[in-house]
Design a protein around this ligand. Structure first.
Ligand code: NAD
Ligand code: UDX
Length: 461
């Protein structure tokens, strides 16, 4: 029986290993983590992350061929294939602070693998890492090898949160990079055989190590760049009377552009896009490519601009002040169908409104009050468990996550219980603006023609 161990039971390690276990009953999969509360949660009825379809997959194989454990060393020592799926956040201090990836967790995992291994291992980079990381990992492992053979593979993960299970069941592609040596090819083949249990062979791409590592950063940069492009257009649409949804539809009909990932929004969030682009920028700078670095930097600059543009729109529409006014925030997660708030635009928007002394009342169907309070540390906000409670007595509503339930709220009831004039600022273009105007709301939708009220307000920055 092939044994797989995954170091890191997070948003990637947990779902990815659960899917491998459910698709490969003959493989034993153990997910290990240094965080006991995380492992306890994976072994309980309330999993540590909210992801549609995940409960069913975990229930189907947990205790059979899928295990969660804090006994990291034991399971690493026993495994044939070790996935490393630890976090790789942006460095906050020292060389490259604010841009470079912090590989502390990765390095300590690699040193631990070297310490405890007694048999040959395939070590798989599942985390997103800077291009050339495999070379550093190889050095750590081979300098401590005690005669053990290690093969390093890069197998970046492309799942998106909220659709992780779907994405893992039917990936557009699986990417495996390895050394172009007989041992390297053998290791690539071994990992390919795992995925071949459910992924068609033509969708499993094999490349050299550096292409695989760089492709992950490139994919996220391209995806984020599409959003910043459409968000930049949204500002121009508002200035000219064009409608960004119509523009997106029209350009997306060109098969070279394609229709997906062209929704204008209050800004992209999530743990990956910003971190990976900053990392890409840093790598370009380190390689003496400032023009390339500056090109990608713009993607983040536009995202920051979009978030502050939204806050400015709210404040300027409401007579240039929200001081003492209640503003309801519907949605705090960085996208629908997840409880994850890492880099969510809601943090910046709330901080912006709080900076102008608004009273902020937040409702999100999946994010806990604790999490929101941590994200908005030092600021006083109220977190409620119902959209109607959040909006009661409010001067304005800001929709920051595209949860389906926000389309189906009773907006007449919400309007009746709000201060007048009642504003809705839709940062995700989820509501039917015309219908809401019919009720009496002043509605702002990102990138759509402005209400007369908003047009007459002083120009925003
Ligand atoms: P996460 O923070 O949810 O999980 C990482 C886990 O690793 C944590 O539970 C942490 O306790 C554990 N860990 C850290 N060091 C450890 C060690 N030495 N030994 C054992 N456990 C250790 O992170 P995530 O969102 O799952 O992301 C993991 C990696 O995957 C990152 O590099 C990220 O960029 C990449 N990625 C994330 C996504 C996503 O949607 N979240 C998608 C694709 C790729
Ligand atoms: C992303 C990548 O999509 C995934 O392939 C990678 O593995 C991890 O990073 P994720 O961050 O989980 O996944 O979600 P994604 O669906 O990409 O959304 C990221 C952000 O962009 C969200 O805040 C989302 O609301 C926003 N977005 C997405 C838009 O604003 N407009 C769009 O058209 C699409």
């Amino acid at each position: 029986m092939v044994k797989i161990c995954c170091i890191g039971a997070g948003y990637v390690g947990g779902p990815t290993m659960a899917v491998i276990a459910v698709k490969c009953p003959a493989i034993e999969v153990v997910v290990v983590d240094i965080s006991k509360p995380r492992i306890d949660a994976w072994n309980s009825d309330k999993l540590p992350i909210y992801e549609p379809g995940l409960d069913e997959v975990v229930k189907a194989c947990r205790g059979k061929n899928l295990f969660f454990s804090t006994d990291v060393e034991k399971h690493v020592a026993e495994a044939d294939i070790i996935f490393v799926s630890v976090n790789t956040p942006t460095k906050t201090r020292g060389l490259g602070a604010g841009k470079a990836a912090d590989l502390t967790y990765w390095e300590s995992a690699a040193r631990m693998i070297a310490d405890v291994s007694k048999s040959d291992k395939i070590v798989v980079e599942k985390s997103t890492v800077p291009v050339k990381t495999a070379e550093a990992i190889e050095k750590i492992l081979t300098h401590n090898s005690k005669g053990i053979n290690y093969q390093i593979l890069s197998n970046p993960e492309f799942l998106a949160e909220g659709t992780a299970i779907e994405d893992l069941f039917k990936p557009d592609r699986v990417l495996i990079g390895g050394r172009e040596t007989p041992e390297g090819r053998k290791a690539v083949q071994a990992l390919k055989e795992v995925y071949a249990h459910w992924v068609p062979e033509e969708n499993i791409i094999t490349t050299n190590l550096w292409s695989a590592e760089l492709s992950k950063l490139a994919a996220n940069a391209f995806l984020a760049q599409r959003i910043s492009s459409v968000n930049a257009m949204s500002a121009l649409c508002e200035a000219t009377g064009a409608n960004v949804s119509e523009v997106s539809y029209a350009i997306g009909k060109d098969s070279r552009i394609g229709p997906k990932f062209l929704n204008a929004s209050v800004g992209f969030g999530g743990s990956c896009f910003q971190k990976d682009i900053l990392n890409l920028v840093y790598i370009c700078e380190c390689n003496g490519l400032p023009e390339v670095a500056n090109y990608w930097k713009q993607v983040i600059k536009i995202n920051d601009y979009q978030k502050s543009r939204f806050v400015n729109r709210v404040v300027s529409s409401m007579f240039n002040t929200v001081s003492g006014k209640k503003v309801a925030i519907l949605g705090f997660a960085f996208k629908k169908d997840t409880g994850d708030t890492r880099e969510t635009p809601a943090i910046d928007v709330c901080k912006g409104l709080l900076g102008d002394k608004a009273h902020v009342s937040i409702y999100d169907p999946e994010v806990t009050e604790d999490q929101i309070q941590r994200d908005l540390a030092m600021n006083k906000v109220s977190v409620v468990w119902d959209a109607y409670e959040a909006t009661k007595g409010a001067h304005a509503v800001c929709i920051l996550t595209e949860w389906n339930q926000f389309k189906e709220l009773d907006y007449q009831k919400i309007f009746d219980n709000m201060q007048k004039p009642a504003f809705i600022f839709d940062g995700r273009n989820v509501v039917d603006a015309e219908k809401l105007r019919g009720i009496g709301f002043i509605v702002y939708s990102i990138g759509k023609p402005l209400d007369a009220w908003l047009k007459d307000m002083p120009a925003i920055a």
